[in-house]
Design a protein around this ligand. Structure first.
Ligand SMILES: [Zn+2]
Ligand SMILES: [Zn+2]
Ligand SMILES: [Zn+2]
Length: 339
């Protein structure tokens, strides 16, 4: 049985132990369980968006061996000075299309909007559960050439603790807000828009830029131009889904000219309801945090870490990456210098 353990020195939560296999999961091993027609190979659907032409367009089910489980309470307990708790939460798979080998950049924008809508609805639903402090949304896109892993999908994790990377972002956003009474990300946006050194693209609602201290070559962030702390609440506003889908698709088209394997993650506000009884620093979170998407292409031969101490090494500074990405018109076929 898996459990969460808190490292007393780094305050990092670690999941350890065996992941149980869901009773309704099958392990086909050979065919892709995510393809349309193979629904019997996956756990049953939590949510399905129908395709007007028949069948489904987007399908969500729980992972066959979830790292977090829906039943029970966190039951936080001590062992001397150590802390442990049950991995209560959810681990869901969002299959983004019934078709194999199609990347998000290749899907019609309407399909990308459907995927974003489904993810938004799952996050809103999971955040109604006060046991869950954060809901993560991310995707690992493997090269579509790989048979079993070449099906486009995302993962959703609802957890009873905050991921450490998010806690750091919340903490430093709060630090900036306390001193300046302004959102750190809004300030970054204003400066980047002024200098135009690292901006890549913009539409009426969103901007894409290479962050100043990019950890990976061609790392790209997508942020709403208008302040909002919540991906899921922002995308519930009229017109936002379509606008984000069109913009994200064109960003991914640029990225795919460099690499068709990538990691993408949404950073949004924590479950404020679950944190209500906690410390006062959550009270300004909607003002001091700004939701965003981080895209990390996997460029072959580029090592991300120096040793295991958390130093990143990126040979392509953000200004150079932005120049290349700007030149890569979505849809255009010409290869950029140095890409
Ligand atoms: Zn497939
Ligand atoms: Zn902001
Ligand atoms: Zn972030």
């Amino acid at each position: 049985m898996a459990e969460l353990r808190l490292d007393a020195v780094t305050r990092r939560w670690v999941l350890t132990g065996k992941r149980p296999v869901m009773p309704d999961a099958h392990d086909s091993g050979v065919v892709c369980a995510f393809c349309g027609g193979n629904e019997h190979l996956t756990p049953k659907a939590i949510l399905e968006r129908p395709d007007p032409k028949g069948g489904w367009a987007v399908r969500v089910f729980h992972d066959r061996a979830p790292v977090f489980q829906i039943e029970g309470g966190p039951d936080r307990r001590a062992e001397g000075l150590f802390d442990r708790m049950n991995p209560v939460g959810a681990h869901e798979i969002v299959v983004e299309t019934p078709r194999h080998g199609v990347t998000m950049a290749e899907m019609p924008a309407e399909q990308v909007a459907k995927v974003a809508e489904v993810c938004r609805d799952r996050i809103l639903d999971l955040k109604r559960d006060k046991r869950f402090r954060y809901v993560s949304l991310f995707k690992d896109q493997h090269s579509p050439g790989s048979t079993l892993r070449g099906h486009s999908y995302s993962q959703i994790l609802a957890s009873p603790v905050l991921p450490q990377s998010l806690e750091r972002e919340f903490r430093w956003s709060r630090f900036h807000f306390l001193r300046k009474e302004r959102c750190l990300y809004c300030d970054i946006l204003e400066q980047e828009k002024r200098t135009e050194k690292r901006t890549v693209d913009q539409n009426a609602d969103f901007i894409a830029l290479c962050p100043f201290a990019s950890r990976t070559p061609y790392e790209l962030w997508v942020l709403p131009l208008e302040h909002s702390s919540s991906f899921e609440k922002d995308l519930a506003q009229p017109g936002r889904l379509t606008s984000l889908a069109t913009f994200l698709k064109s960003c991914l088209q640029r990225i795919e000219k460099i690499s068709d394997a990538l990691h993408m993650v949404v950073h949004t506000e924590p479950n404020l309801e679950a944190h209500k009884p906690a410390k006062d620093w959550w009270k300004t979170l909607t003002e001091d945090f700004h939701w965003h998407i981080e895209i990390h292409p996997e460029v072959e031969g580029q090592r991300r870490y120096l040793g295991s101490e958390g130093f990143y090494f990126n040979p392509i500074p953000a200004e150079e990456a932005a120049l290349v990405l700007r030149a890569l018109e979505p849809g255009a076929e010409t290869a950029p210098p140095g890409a």
